[in-house]
Design a binder for this molecule. Structure first.
Ligand code: NDP
Length: 330
């Protein structure tokens, strides 16, 4: 069975040479274990951090060992009384075509409720990140202005849609004109800005947010975020969800220039990690599933095919080749 290992720790932007494509024997299934066939694999920007050998909220990948991420798998054989052949499960699993695993941390999912891949996107970590980041830290009030960076991506597109459900004015920042158009036509955003073709981002945000910025959901960090923060209102809230624009940097930034704007505006900026909200996941999934069924949330995905294409799909996140959630169908 095919396996993808971390071959070496990337320096700067990762490449295919950082991955090792290999095979391994599938062990026999022991008591309490499941034999699983991978059906969908999630690729996520945060995996880049796990490729570095640095302490973080989640341990680094080991060299010569398989990468792991969110996976949907079919149960081929079960020696656990809570699972049967033909069930589908999701959770963190290795990049292996077939594997034997204990079901700790895996949850059973129902393919009749939603497409299987949605459990990696809007009904999975992506949706929960958007929902808890926006509601718990953003504390939105109808009529406020929300700016989202990485807006056409997995988390960002859900954040903006939830913002509209909650009655906010929503402005998105993305990397192409097609994506900006999609923010408005598919996701209901009020305005969009293409950061690749806009010279003066600070002014563009001011123009798109005539009442200033009350909530900033930050997926990208760097100069885009500085431009947003120059436009924040008194008592505004910033959710530091991610900083993909600096994940491949090899040096620490020299300084962050926006602190005076935070001070002057009594503004909150808080780091966010979805795992801190684990005890609230069931409530979050219930709400997201309800919105999905009501047609208020769309499950937008970029689907690649084939086990061997998992690493390339991951690399393409850094080139903005996805809209919505990037998943690989096996
Ligand atoms: P996305 O689907 O948003 O994919 C990444 C997107 O980032 C690309 O499509 C691209 O869109 C954009 N991008 C890539 N490089 C740059 C750059 N240099 N500057 C600006 N934008 C760039 O991924 P996710 O939705 O899965 O993740 C979004 C963010 O949320 C990431 O930072 C991730 O680490 C974080 N995250 C954090 C979690 C947490 O618990 N804290 C949980 C899940 C995700 P474009 O074409 O617009 O450039």
């Amino acid at each position: 069975s095919k396996v993808i290992n971390l071959k070496r720790r990337p320096s700067g932007t990762p490449t295919l040479a950082d991955f090792e494509f290999t095979t391994a024997e599938v062990p026999t299934v022991g008591n309490g274990e499941l034999l699983l066939r991978t059906t969908y694999v999630s690729v996520d920007p945060y995996l880049r951090g796990r490729m570095n050998d640095v302490p973080s909220y989640i341990p680094p990948f080991e060299l010569g060992e398989p990468i792991a991420s969110g996976v949907v798998a079919e149960v081929l054989e079960s020696k656990h009384d809570k699972f049967t052949k033909g069930d589908y499960v999701t959770g963190s699993l290795a990049w292996k075509e077939t594997q034997v695993a204990k079901p700790d941390g895996l949850i059973k999912i129902d393919p009749k409720q939603a497409p299987l891949s949605a459990y990696l996107g809007v009904l999975g970590m992506t949706g929960l990140t958007a929902y808890f980041g926006l509601t718990e830290i953003g504390k939105p009030k109808a009529g406020e202005t929300l700016v989202v960076s990485g807006a056409a991506g997995a988390v960002g597109s859900v954040v903006g849609q939830i913002g509209k459900i909650l009655g906010l004015r929503v402005v998105g920042i993305a990397g192409t004109d097609e994506k900006v158009e999609m923010l408005k036509s598919d996701f209901g955003f009020d305005a969009g800005i293409n950061y690749n073709t806009t010279d003066d981002m600070t002014k563009a945000i001011a123009d798109a947010c005539p009442d200033g910025v009350d909530i900033y959901f930050d997926n990208v960090g760097g100069p885009i975020s500085d431009a947003v923060l120059f436009n924040i209102n008194k008592f505004s809230r910033t959710i530091n969800c991610g900083a993909i624009s600096v994940y491949n940097n090899t040096e620490l930034p020299k300084s962050i220039s926006v602190q005076p704007f935070l001070v002057r505006n009594s503004s909150l900026m808080q780091g966010f990690i979805v795992f801190d909200y684990a005890d609230k996941y069931p409530a979050g999934i219930k709400q997201l599933a309800e919105w999905l069924q009501q047609g208020k949330l769309s499950n937008t995905e970029t689907i690649r095919e084939g086990f061997d294409n998992i690493p390339q799909a991951f690399l393409d996140l850094f080139d903005g080749k996805n809209t919505g959630k990037m998943v690989v169908k096996i």
